[in-house]
Design a protein around this ligand. Structure first.
Ligand SMILES: [Zn+2]
Length: 56
């Protein structure tokens, strides 16, 4: 099982440490920023990439 953290930079400028959701979402990481943006990231490769931004 992977247990690494993914760090992304929110559009508001905060750095977020995405946490593994687990369960059926073994490779999905999620965190809510203080600005209200909800980040969800799927770990598809070795690189971390931010491509999910459905919240306004
Ligand atoms: Zn933010």
């Amino acid at each position: 099982m992977k247990n690494r953290r993914i760090i992304i930079k929110c559009k508001c400028g905060n750095e977020l440490y995405l946490k593994l959701i687990g369960g059926q979402y073994q490779y999905s990481y999620r965190e809510n920023c203080a600005c209200g943006r909800d980040w969800l990231l799927e770990d598809l490769s070795e690189d971390c990439d931010e491509d999910e931004d459905s919240e306004r």
